[in-house]
Design a protein around this ligand. Structure first.
Ligand code: FAD
Ligand code: NDP
Length: 453
């Protein structure tokens, strides 16, 4: 490509989107540089999906031990060492950081450590160094947002939870999204007395209402104190603990507070003004459908564009961009069918439209819903039900939403997402032979619709 710049492509941010785009671009023959200021692999690898899932595995074991007796196992009084879990998690993350280094080196991407700052539309400063690039990708991700209330500095965010030395005896979690719900389950599973405060009437806004209600019931049974219509007004140090003053003037004494109140695009100190890159009212970098900012040679993908904050989406955007720029044949990522899981306990798996969204879009819909006690719980005695739900467009018979709450929900719904991407109809679900005995077979055996109206 151009001879006048140091690189064909320079990427700021070595997370999911940035690493994928730089690797693919280099493999397609571009000269590529990448700068990362904190940790290679970004949020997902270091303080997101991967360590979170390891903590989910660790915390679930308490329930497995409780379930064991019904199957004839007697285990002594279990004990749990958070420090061991964190130390082993840290080893895995360090290994993954090295894997990421190897992947970039192997693809021929030149790595820089430090903060990348735009000086103009083709120049990036990394400390005292200056590099130039024909094309620049901004993939700087997001950062936790914390409400502006007195005492907010006493609270943790997800960033710090992964590195806690000791588990608190009690925790108050603020928020009702993915992180709040997942960490409420993790900490409760690890034996922490857990209270979740959510400002609205039911957590997980945007998910199917049956899923939200069902999960709330099951989490309460597992011992999480869910308090809806409840929000903190201030935090105050009280001895070794923290007093949480609520908006209704009541108070909760706790040992730690975790804010899980959303994540904002991370653009501070990035030099957007110097390069003339525009952001929207939420601070997200504005891009067109090709991920191009208002500055024609500068692109952005992933959490920093404020669309869908999920790793596979950032990967798809990064991959698309590399192929489009450097000629590997590119199909624009589709945001229509994005499966997602919430790794709560029990977990949620969902793809497509909620019942309400489908009703608004299609008018006439048919709902299939099943709530049942899974086979295992008949012996374990666990008082927990699974929920499965299909949303079908009556006119076309297409399945437009699949939702479940129960163990392995993400594993099950991934397969259903393929069927939905292919436009599967309810008749085709019905034709599909089940795998017996599984919970997943329920998705192909639900025959009686929920009465409408
Ligand atoms: P990031 O992965 O955040 O990468 C951005 C990188 O840029 C960072 O490494 C940052 O240090 C670096 N950077 C920022 N500014 C600069 C600069 N000026 N110079 C140099 N480097 C810079 N998603 C899922 O799909 N599944 C999950 O289970 C899941 N769990 C999550 C759990 C938690 C607790 C959190 C917080 C997030 C989770 N996510 C999950 C979301 C997922 O992590 C993000 O959507 C994904 O990491 C976004 O990728 P990205 O490349 O846009 O940004
Ligand atoms: P979410 O956007 O999912 O949830 C934020 C929650 O905080 C909402 O319940 C919101 O309430 C509430 N909230 C926002 N502002 C305030 C405030 N000022 N006071 C009180 N409550 C507030 O963000 P998370 O932080 O949970 O996670 C960030 C993103 O990371 C997720 O959206 C998801 O995309 C990704 N993620 C994905 C995971 C996965 O795939 N399993 C796991 C973890 C994160 P309201 O709904 O009323 O606005």
């Amino acid at each position: 490509m151009s001879q006048s710049y140091d690189y064909d492509l320079f990427v700021i941010g070595g997370g999911s989107g940035g690493v994928r785009c730089s690797r693919v671009a280099a493999q397609l023959g571009a000269t590529v540089g990448l700068v990362e200021e904190r940790y290679l692999g970004g949020t997902c690898v270091n303080v997101g999906c991967v360590p979170k899932k390891l903590l989910v595995y660790g915390s679930q074991i308490r329930a497995d031990l409780e379930d064991a007796a019904g199957f004839g196992w007697s285990v002594g009084e279990p004990s749990f060492a958070w420090k061991t879990l964190i130390a082993n998690k840290d080893k895995q993350i360090a290994r993954l950081n090295r894997v990421y280094e190897g992947l970039l080196d192997g693809a021929g991407v030149t790595r820089y450590s430090g903060r990348g700052v735009l000086l103009d539309r083709h120049t990036i400063a990394i400390g005292e160094r200056r590099v130039t690039a024909e094309t620049i990708l901004l993939a700087t991700g997001g950062w936790p947002k914390v409400p502006q209330i007195p005492g907010r500095e006493l609270a943790l965010t997800s960033n710090e939870v992964f590195a806690l030395d000791e588990l608190p005896r009690r925790v108050v979690i603020v928020g009702g999204g993915y992180i709040a719900v997942e960490f409420a389950s993790i900490l409760n599973g690890c034996g922490v007395e857990t209270t979740l405060l959510y400002r609205g009437s039911l957590f997980l806004r945007g998910f199917d209402d049956d899923v939200r209600t069902h999960l709330a019931e099951q989490m309460k049974k597992r011992g999480v104190d869910l308090r809806f219509e409840s929000n903190p007004a201030a935090l105050e140090r009280r001895g070794a603990g923290i007093a949480v003053q609520l908006e209704d003037r009541s108070q909760i004494e706790t040992d730690a507070v975790l804010f899980a109140t959303g994540r904002a695009p991370l653009t501070e100190g990035l030099g957007l003004e110097a390069a003339g890159v525009e952001t929207d009212g939420r601070g997200a970098i504005v891009v067109d459908e090709e991920f191009r900012t208002n500055v024609p040679n500068i692109y952005a993908v992933g959490d920093v564009i404020g669309r869908v904050q999920l790793t596979p989406v950032a990967l798809a955007e990064g991959m698309y961009l590399a192929r489009r720029l450097f000629g590997g044949g590119a199909q624009r990522p589709s945001y229509d069918v994005i499966p997602t899981a919430v790794f709560s306990q029990p977990s949620i798996g969902t793809v497509g439209l909620t019942e309400q969204q489908a009703r608004e879009r299609y008018g006439e819909i048919v709902i299939y819903r099943s709530s049942f006690t899974p086979l295992k719980n008949n012996l374990s005695g666990r008082d927990e039900k699974m929920l499965m739900k299909l949303v079908v467009d009556r006119a076309s018979d297409r399945v437009v939403g699949c939702h479940m709450v129960g163990p392995d929900a993400g594993e099950i719904v991934q397969g259903l997402a393929i069927a939905m991407t292919c436009g599967a109809t309810k008749a085709q679900f019905d034709q599909t032979i089940g795998i017996h005995p599984t919970a997943a077979e329920e998705f192909v055996t639900m025959r009686t619709p929920v009465p409408s109206g």
